[in-house]
Design a protein around this ligand. Structure first.
Ligand code: GLU
Length: 568
């Protein structure tokens, strides 16, 4: 996972930035860099591989100055290489940027800028940001905060960005849009810090200001000014972070589960990274150790998993069957081992397990090994048993999941299966290049869409206040949203101790509909997809029995919002 660190004050910036990046080292990265204003010039040092390489580079070619920014990169767009490492400097050398996230429309912007004569030095999506800032400056927008504000209006996606200009050597400008990651500003005495992750700067100060989405901070040595993207001033609220290690890790969140829910856009980005070549629209999962011949020889796949991972497997079945034309069965690990399953060498058995140590799932893999099937695993814990015994694996890249109820591991394991489906489709020749192109574009939009959904928190809290006394709940979905309904019901049971059932909506008429009355709220997933009309009819039938329906609907779907209760 990538990281940002910045400093402005009177000390040497470089060691503080390198130290901060070092504290984020456990997250992993492919390259790193630092930019410091040295006598009104932007000086950059970058290197691939471990931070020690960058340290060495800085040792050989030191940079001095008391304002700077640094970054550890984990590539999404453009191979890991020195010229793609951040910070990125604008063509005339006046501005420099570090960035976490994905600029979804970078290709259009890059073409537009190139046509205007801008030369790019990297293949990243990030570089357009700094070139746009420089174009604005050339057009008379000299204030960095203002240029940043105008620039981000052109960007699609979720971002954490920090900019520096050689024309305003006293300030850094930090922006957060969506949930690509946080921006924490550390408040010091005549010096200030900024980081994507609080632990990077906790050593220096315990006083933190957290940027909300769509806020910009102008950070100088003696102050921090916040405003919204629309230019409205915002008061900077300083949080005093306690000294205990748990508070330090939890940061701005009430508990770990909340933190992990909010980490999803970032974890999903980390899961996509390095696996899609956005320039050539191809998917690469070398850890699967799979040749095209072997992929084509497969006749069947069996997914084995427990709990939330089982529901994730049910979702993945839709992708893999559709894109790779491979028949998928999904089984509970805890049941599978007690059957006499039919497996052969043309079957791939996929285990999904966050910890990689789920005993029932591992037992299923043993069975698969004896029957000479191909063994794959999707795991979060690197080096775990399920990863070691597999012929090939895909990591979730979700980071540690401390909350007991699985959240980000659910969504990242679904993304892994989406990538698996694309990869198998590519190797088996079942996906035409234009379709593959569309799917890879879609997945690049996902982190931002998840972030936008998280912004509905207040509305969801209002609903929770209306329904928390219910003792039963029904979750309904069809098609790919049926397993999502199952997972939703599991979460309600696990976290709220409310009995809940997930049900395929089309099956309601075969009996369970009789259960619905005003005491049985219904959560219906009614998106504008191929089964939309059927879901609407289900909602109407539920309401006819006095049921209260919460619909999870597509944004702007007025009809669903009219037929459900309460009103959104
Ligand atoms: N999308 C950017 C890149 O590939 C940022 C990657 C990161 O978050 O480290 O360079």
């Amino acid at each position: 996972m990538c990281g940002i660190v910045g400093y402005v004050g009177s000390q040497e910036a470089t060691p503080i930035i390198l130290d901060g990046l070092g504290r984020l080292e456990y997250r992993g990265y492919d390259s790193a860099g630092v930019a410091v204003l040295q006598q009104a010039n932007i000086e950059v040092r970058r290197d691939v591989g471990k931070l020690i390489n960058l340290r060495h580079r800085v040792y050989q070619q030191p940079i001095h100055g008391s304002i700077g920014i640094g970054h550890t990169r984990w590539a999404t767009h453009g191979v890991p290489a020195e010229h793609n490492a951040h910070p990125h400097v604008s063509m005339n050398g006046d501005f420099v940027v570090v960035h976490n996230g994905i600029v979804e429309n970078y290709q259009e912007l890059r073409e537009e800028l190139t046509a205007e004569g801008v030369t790019f030095t990297s293949e990243t999506d990030t570089e357009v940001i700094v070139q746009l800032v420089e174009r604005l400056a050339a057009n008379g927008v000299h204030d960095l905060t203002e240029a940043a504000r105008q620039t981000v209006k052109h960007l699609r996606g979720a971002h954490a960005i920090v900019l520096m200009s050689r024309h305003q050597p006293d300030r850094l400008v930090a922006i957060r849009i969506g949930n690509a990651g946080g921006v924490a500003i550390g408040v010091g005495e005549q010096e200030n810090y900024v980081a994507s992750d609080m632990p990077a700067i906790l050593e220096y100060t315990r006083r933190m200001v957290f940027l909300e989405t769509r806020q910009i901070a102008t950070i100088t040595a003696d102050g921090i000014t916040l405003q919204t993207l629309d230019g409205a001033p915002v008061e900077a609220v300083i949080h005093n972070i306690p000294y205990d290690p748990v508070s330090a890790v939890k940061g701005e969140y009430k508990h770990f589960m909340q933190k992990e829910i909010y980490e999803q856009p970032r974890s999903i980005t980390d899961t996509i990274r390095g696996r899609i070549d956005f320039e050539h629209q191809t998917v690469h999962i070398p850890e699967l150790n799979l040749t095209a011949e072997r992929a084509q020889s497969l006749t069947r796949m069996v997914t084995v998993a427990c709990g939330t991972s089982y529901y994730s497997g049910l979702v993945g079945k839709f992708f893999i069957e559709h894109m790779a034309r491979l028949n998928v069965e999904v089984d509970y690990g805890s049941e599978y081992r007690y059957r006499d399953p039919i497996l052969d060498a043309n079957t791939a058995v996929l285990a999904i397990t966050q910890s990689g140590e789920t005993v029932d799932t591992l037992a299923a893999l043993e069975e698969a090994r004896e029957k000479k099937s191909l063994i794959w695993s999707i795991v979060n814990a690197i080096g775990s048993q399920a990863m070691r015994v597999a012929d090939g694996y895909i990591t979730m890249n979700a980071g540690p999941e401390i909350g007991v109820a699985s959240t980000k591991a659910f969504t990242t394991s679904i993304v892994d299966q989406y990538l698996l489906a694309l990869y198998l489709g590519q190797l088996r020749g079942t996906l035409k290049p234009d379709v593959l192109h569309r799917y890879t574009q879609d997945i690049a939009r996902l982190p931002n869409l998840v972030g936008q959904t998280l912004e509905l928190e207040n509305h969801i809290e209002e609903l929770a206040r209306l329904f928390y006394k219910a003792s039963n709940f029904l979750y309904l979905g069809r098609g790919i949203n049926y397993p999502i309904a199952l997972e939703g019901a599991l979460k309600l049971k696990e976290i709220s101790y409310i009995h809940a059932e997930g049900y395929p909506a089309g099956e309601m008429k075969h009996g369970p509909i009789a259960l619905i009355d005003e005491q049985m709220p219904v959560l219906a997933i009614a998106l504008k997809d191929s089964v939309y009309d059927k879901m609407i009819s289900q909602i109407e039938q539920s309401k006819a029995r006095g049921g209260k329906v919460i619909a999870v609907a597509t944004e702007g779907d007025e009809f669903t919002s009219r037929v459900t209760w309460p009103k959104a």
